[in-house]
Design a protein around this ligand. Structure first.
Ligand code: N0T
Length: 522
């Protein structure tokens, strides 16, 4: 993670990403911050009336941040004439409800397509050319191989960032920006615009070749393998260096999408340097490039994105795909803090968020279409966020350190062990207790939790649906038992004890437990 928000001379430094230990760390209003967020459905933020009841829902779910689109077609209906009504009403609504904003720049690309470009761009396809498929058919996708396309996007984005700076710098309601949305190309694995094809037959840019050499040991396996198989060349065309085929087509388009996105971010940061990220629609296994939105910041080509995007702070996964652990492992790297801008809004997010923040030390989490619930008071995610809100200062303090970790459990993978200093924690799914009311159920809800070591013999455990027992990390050196367990909460950073948990609540001193359906801190 690079230092993104430059520290200004003003009273308060801007939102920024910093490194702490092995993790990224988001600073907002001069204090560490975690995004307990929700992303709006695509069209909700286009209407102030439609938004009105949504703010209350966000509060009821203890969201501290909303991820909200800014639509290019609405802010620049006529070239060079800007209308920031939608932006201003979001700023006002968010401030009234003490909620932060991450704006999503729906600019040139939204899920591969260019549906949010203004009419004057859509209609003038001569000035603003499209990408072609391999048969030469123009797609509703702007080609990244056009200086006019780039300039139009950059001009709009700079105007947006200027507006945000002028109207928000002293409040810092807006804390991060997503550049574009799920960039990728379909149905071909690369763009076949004549300019694209010309670039494809040119040498791989030196900057990329140098990056690959410098990062040889940590390259994505597929990329490293393609390079090695073709003789580990240090120069040559894309096909000479990586071989012929769809995989190489995708690497090529990834580089050019990434350069474009980086230029947008860079120009925007010159105006107002907020942290910026790009999100990825994850590909499914065994689908070839072109069959999924190709060339986005996906793990198998992430090095290409990293090489091209020094102005972009984070590359982030969107989860509509069950393999949460697999993808998070790939996006959590020394050069990339985990941020989850989208995840399908279903009950299991209330367990996953503990794992994301505890194990991966993510800087934020955000179910998609968060306003779609009619019963926000009962949403499981709100119960997790209520717990995590209390723990935020403590979590931030332990981010990037070995004193913080998390678990995620289900029926198939119903136990995990974590070691802190002298102690090993055995964490099991609540339904592993035969007497737990749901133990006989066929489907087990996901369970999750996190543990913070606050002193050698003192721990904070938070979560839902977990049972924790404790043994010595080195059994030969002695045995371990529970001295005492308190449930409780944090009020303004101070522990406020509730019950002392013993007897049936700790199975007569054997374990600590949050039954399924209960969320808390002990
Ligand atoms: C997301 C959302 C929104 C395995 C989908 C996910 C949002 C965009 N796209 O509702 O459109 O703006 O970022 C695409 C996931 C494809 C499904 C894969 C199933």
């Amino acid at each position: 993670v690079v230092l993104a928000g430059a520290v200004t001379a003003g009273a308060q430094s801007l939102p920024s990403l910093q490194r702490q230990g092995s993790a990224g760390h988001l600073m907002v209003n001069g204090k560490p911050f975690l995004v307990l967020g929700g992303e709006l459905g695509n069209s909700s933020a286009s209407s102030a009336d439609y938004m009105r009841p949504i703010w209350k829902k966000l509060r009821a779910m203890h969201c501290n941040t909303v991820l909200a689109p800014v639509y290019w077609e609405l802010i620049e209906p006529v070239q060079g004439k800007f209308d920031f009504t939608t932006v201003d009403s979001l700023l006002a609504g968010a401030r009234r409800h003490s909620i932060k904003i991450v704006f999503l720049w729906f600019g040139s690309w939204k899920n591969s397509m260019s549906c949010y470009v203004p009419a004057w761009v859509k209609k003038d396809y001569k000035t603003y050319p499209r990408a072609y498929d391999e048969r030469g058919l123009a797609q509703e996708i702007l080609t990244p191989f056009s200086a006019d396309n780039l300039r139009a996007d950059v001009d709009a984005f700079r105007a947006l960032m200027k507006h945000i700076r002028e109207h928000d710098e002293k409040y810092q309601t807006v804390i991060m920006i997503q550049v574009e949305n799920e960039i990728g190309i379909l149905p071909s694995a690369r763009d076949y615009h004549p300019q694209a094809t010309k670039a494809f037959h040119q040498p791989v840019p030196t900057a990329l070749m140098q990056y690959l050499q410098q990062h040889k040991k940590s390259l994505a396996p597929a990329l490293a393998e393609a390079w090695r198989k073709n003789g580990s060349r240090t120069s040559g065309t894309w096909e000479e260096v990586f071989g012929k085929g769809l995989a190489t087509d995708e690497m090529f388009i990834a580089w050019h999408f990434a350069l474009f996105a980086n230029q947008v971010a860079l120009e925007g940061k010159k105006v107002y340097p907020l942290p910026m990220f790009v999100n990825a629609a994850l590909n499914r296994p065994n689908v070839k490039p072109g069959g999924y939105p190709s060339g986005g910041p996906l793990p198998h080509i992430i090095d290409i994105w990293k090489a091209a995007t020094p102005a972009i702070d984070l590359l982030s996964p969107d989860f509509y795909n069950p393999d949460f652990i697999h993808w998070n492992d790939l996006y959590t790297r020394p050069d990339n803090a985990l941020f989850i801008p989208e995840i399908r809004f279903e009950p299991s997010v209330s367990a996953k968020v503990f794992y994301a923040l505890g194990h991966y030390q993510a800087i934020g989490f955000s179910p998609f279409s968060i306003e779609s619930t009619d019963t926000p008071e009962n949403e499981p995610i709100g119960k997790s966020y209520q717990v995590l809100t209390q723990l935020m200062p403590l979590l931030c303090q332990h981010q990037g350190k070995p004193t913080l970790d998390g678990v995620l459990l289900d029926k198939r993978s119903d136990a995990d062990t974590l070691t802190f200093g002298n102690y090993t924690f055995i964490v099991k799914h609540d339904y592993t207790l035969g007497w737990s009311p749901g133990a006989k159920e066929e489907n087990w809800p996901q369970a999750g939790g996190l543990i913070i070591q606050t002193a050698p013999n003192e721990f904070i455990v938070a979560g839902t649906g977990i049972v924790v027992s404790f043994v010595s990390a080195q059994p030969s050196k002695g045995r371990t038992g529970i001295l005492s367990i308190e449930e409780g909460g944090y009020r303004e950073g101070h522990w406020n004890p509730g019950r002392t948990m013993n007897g049936d609540q700790s199975h007569q001193g054997r374990h600590l437990r949050f039954p399924v359906g209960e969320y808390g801190i002990q």
